[in-house]
Structures are given as structure tokens and as C-alpha cells.
Write a protein that binds this ligand. Structure first.
Ligand code: THU
Length: 165
């Protein structure tokens, strides 16, 4: 099965305004997601892969929370940019999110790994847009549901009041 991926340009006002109207974002919010996720790459700790990833999350109340990948000498212990950013956002008290931006130094843009898709699934609606920016400002945007179809989420579990004491 193949999925058509549409690559857009952040320097093209038509591409930006059509993405913004599809996902109910302002142009300023889009530009901030782009600039902040790209800037967050500079905070990555990635001496092993040298693959910098920056993430920025737009909260429902208009705040931006940024993160970057943090690697470890014990390789599997490292954490992706998206999970660093969501960990910060959630522990700072944010509960609802409007959009996610992820930036890398490659082209075409990288997409969140499977573990990050599931991590995002915990906190975001399936319609939440994930903006993926490449090194030159090209971007791909997909809903979480497109990146993680037929997903498992919190609503599948019985509410805590159903659990035995
Ligand atoms: N990485 C991320 O930060 N996000 C992803 O979604 C994919 C991969 C990081 C993990 C590791 O530090 C480096 O990129 C190479 O895999």
C-alpha cells in the first residue's frame, strides 16, 4: 500500500495559507512552529548519531513548548525530540494541544518514529496536525490519525474507577 505525501513550501504563501486553513492555525502560529522546531535542533544532545531533531508543540492556549533529542552512551536509553517536548509540556501542566512541529537537517523531511507517534497519541486528538520540516523549509503535514492509523489510546482502557481497589 502506498500513501501519497504532499510536500509543501514554507516560503510559498499559498502552501502556508492552505495548510493553516485546513488545520485552523494562524500564519504566525505556523511560522512559530517552523522557527521554534528548527531552532530547537541547536539544543539537541546527539553526539552518537549527530542527527539533530527539534520539536515544538503549540498548546491549546497558544503557548509553545520546545524540545530536542537527548542521546545516551547506552544507545537505547536516548530520547527523541518529540517525547522530550511532550514530557516538558505535560509536566508544565499543559493538557490540550493544537499542533506539533518537528524539524531535522535532512530532505525530504523526517517523520516521527513509531514510539513518538504512540507517545503523541496519548495527549493529542487524532485530527492534530504534525508538521514535518526539512532543512530547507519544505514541509509535509499529516494528521496524527494518518501517521498512526487504527491506534490504541487511553479511551480503550477502562476508567480508573473500574479497577479493583
Ligand atoms: N529521533 C528523534 O528525535 N525523533 C524521531 O522521531 C526520530 C529519531 C532522534 C533519535 C536519535 O537521537 C536520532 O534522532 C537518530 O535516530
Amino acid at each position: 500500500m502506498s500513501t501519497t505525501v504532499l510536500t509543501l513550501q514554507s516560503s510559498n504563501p499559498t502552501d502556508v495559507s492552505s495548510a493553516c486553513s485546513t488545520y485552523s492555525l494562524t500564519t504566525l502560529q505556523f511560522e512559530a512552529l517552523h522557527a521554534r522546531s528548527a531552532a530547537a535542533k541547536a539544543t539537541a544532545y546527539c553526539p552518537y548519531s549527530r542527527f539533530r531533531v527539534g520539536a515544538s508543540i503549540l498548546t491549546e492556549d497558544g503557548a509553545f513548548i520546545d524540545g530536542a533529542n537527548v542521546e545516551n552512551a547506552a544507545y537505547p536509553v536516548g530520547t527523541c525530540a518529540e517525547r522530550v517536548a511532550f514530557g516538558k509540556a505535560v509536566t508544565e501542566g499543559h493538557k490540550k494541544f493544537k499542533a506539533v512541529g518537528v524539524a531535522t537537517d535532512i530532505s525530504p523531511p523526517a517523520s516521527p518514529c513509531g514510539m513518538c507517534r504512540q507517545f503523541i497519541r496519548e495527549f493529542c486528538e487524532l485530527q492534530t496536525p504534525i508538521f514535518m520540516f526539512d532543512k530547507d523549509g519544505a514541509f509535509v503535514v499529516m494528521k496524527l490519525e494518518q501517521l498512526l492509523p487504527v491506534s490504541f489510546g487511553p479511551e480503550a482502557l477502562p476508567p480508573p474507577s473500574f479497577l479493583p481497589a
